[in-house]
Design a protein around this ligand. Sequence first.
Ligand code: PAF
Length: 284
Amino acid sequence: MTTISSVLEMQRTADSVRLQGKRIGVVPTMGYLHAGHLSLIRIATQHADVVITTIFVNPLQFAPHEDFTRYPRDIERDSRLAEEAGTDYLFIPEQNEMYSSNHLTYVQTESLAEVLEGKIRPGHFRGVTTVVAKLFNITKPHVAVFGQKDAQQALLIQQMVRDLNFNIELNIAPIVREPDGLAMSSRNVYLNPEERKQSVLLSQSLLMAEKMIVEGERNSQIIKEAVTKLLYSQPLAVIDYVSIADASMLHEIEFLSSGTTALISLAVHFGKTRLIDNTIVRIS
Ligand code: PAF
């Protein structure tokens, strides 16, 4: 595995890989890699000849009060894990390499970016789509792999790729979970033992929602109330949102009619840590 930190060197490397007729797969990450990231890298190896993993904690997607400075970082461990999972090139740019002091151009995907995560974290998705567009232009991939864990991010990137004609195939990989169901996230490391214990409720409440639907419940409000009640059965949970929305445009759904594909998503704080999780349900 070769580590590259310069944008120009990454672009030249990508050009030369393309000239050899090889397919490039990219896995954009913010580092502190866990089994979820490693599954994305492994998926990329199945769809490309050369895999580039990027590690960049993107300041543009954090609000001033968020965890940019304390976001966990461990480049040595990440390098080892990324290589073991099949990365050929690790792109780790410095902040000034990605954003010059007179950076003025941003990518903004409207409406989809203004609900759920975007409503609670204004400006977050503008930061995500801007950096992902830049990473696409730097790594020149044929295929890019993202996780379903960040469901809204995946939708926005799909929309951006269509709207801006990026000639890139997107692969959205399933959520990887801890044995007790907690979705893997770099931020799980922030949880203290009691918060970690209670956080298992996220996946349990999604399973309960799925079960209610399987058993015939079609009223979203009733499902959301049951989920809220279950989450609040633990004293540390503070809910940002419980949403049942159509899985393509993220409009909230009142009644789950047959043929609907719904995204059930949650954002919940446990102490200082904010966790998200989701599931997609197809109503037959
Ligand atoms: O999902 C993430 O880790 C980040 O949002 C991404 C896509 C790497 C952009 O910074």
